[in-house]
Design a protein around this ligand. Structure first.
Ligand code: ADP
Ligand code: MG
Length: 325
């Protein structure tokens, strides 16, 4: 495979996030890991397609690292299957694992060596990586100008990017990063996002875990939320933001309108909020059809706005209410 941004024309860039490739690169079937009585991972199913920047989101202790360690062949699943690039991990370890690059939690770096020397030393331990490849990776992660400085002088963001550089040494097809944005400031997260989009544009598939939705929503194109070892929801950030397509309707006589709306199949969960507004789904998902319905029923809305749920609140709702114990 030819490596480098020149292999993908700029014009395709915007399509990468909007059109999902059909090629499945990593799939996890009914995966579980039990430690004593505890199910660290419980019957998990996931599918990553080529070019995905897939966020693996869940609170601390949800089972993210355990899942990643199973995908990397570091621990054995209690039950379930993992397929990487169409091959069963159990039977094809030696063939598929070199196609996966990983950074698990804090990277183990030599602090008294330069960034470049870190890449060279770790490259040597992997059987040797060319000078050209190291140049290329340093450029990609934005460390070219600081490559000769000792790592102990690097910011946290630079250390994380060096960790990501290590995961890229062998030009993997799949890149797995466990909590790479942990502790990064907003600027660091934007740099990370740009780097991930570059990797995706080169045809790599990226899995990023995080316990904070605020980190991952800026970086990822899709997310799976897990809690207590189980998958709660798999979605795009856009879908998650739209929630269930609810609208907030300001109108006189909201309580009477509520009674009529609640008789409709789409309106069963409608309610009047503490500001006196009617909150409801619509007959078709479109606001204009809700407007029309209300007008025909004799309630002319003063204002109608889609509700935007706060993402962090959605995440907390999902992880608290549906994981159940
Ligand atoms: N080696 C282990 N032995 C026993 N329990 C473990 C081990 N590794 C992880 N666990 C437990 O499994 C659960 C999931 O942990 P982990 O995968 O590290 O979660 P996350 O990465 O989402 O924070 C936690 O309850 C953790 O205590
Ligand atoms: Mg973890």
């Amino acid at each position: 495979m030819v490596y480098g941004p020149t292999t993908v024309p700029d014009t395709q860039d915007s399509q990468i996030t909007s059109q999902r490739s059909s090629e499945v690169v990593l799939s996890i079937h009914n995966l579980s890991k039990q430690y004593g009585q505890r199910m660290a991972v419980n019957n998990l199913n996931l599918e990553l397609h080529k070019g995905d920047i897939f966020g693996f989101l869940g609170p601390n202790g949800a089972g993210k690292t355990t899942t990643i360690r199973m995908v990397l062949g570091l621990i054995t699943p209690t039950t379930g299957e993992i397929q990487i690039l169409g091959k069963e991990l159990k039977q094809h370890r030696a063939q598929v694992l070199p196609r996966v690059g990983a950074l698990i939690e804090t990277p183990a770096l030599y602090l008294y060596m330069s960034g470049r020397d870190n890449l060279r030393a770790i490259g040597d331990s992997l059987g040797g990586v060319s000078k050209y490849r190291i140049d290329e990776i340093l450029e990609l992660v934005g460390l070219t100008s600081r490559q000769k400085d000792k790592v102990k002088t690097y910011s946290l963001g630079m250390k994380q990017r060096l960790g990501i550089a290590i995961s890229l040494l062998q030009d993997p097809d799949v890149v797995i990063l466990d909590e790479p944005a942990n502790g990064l400031d907003p600027a660091g997260i934007v740099e990370m996002r740009d780097l991930m989009h570059q990797l995706s544009a080169e045809g790599k598939t990226v899995l990023i875990s995080s316990h904070l939705l605020s980190e991952i929503r800026l970086i990822c194109t899709r997310i799976a939320i897990i809690a207590r070892g189980s998958l709660i929801r798999e979605t795009t950030i856009d879908e998650l933001l739209q929630g269930e397509g609810q609208f907030n309707v300001q109108l006189e006589n909201a309580q009477s309108a509520l009674q009529i709306v609640k008789e409709q199949p789409w309106g069963r969960n409608a309610y009047v909020n503490d500001k006196g507004a009617l909150v409801t789904l619509t007959p078709t998902g479109k606001g204009r059809d809700l407007n029309l319905f209300l007008v025909q029923a004799g309630f002319a809305p003063d204002a109608l706005t889609p509700t935007t749920k706060d993402l962090e609140k959605i995440f907390l709702e999902l992880t608290n209410s549906e994981a159940g114990e």
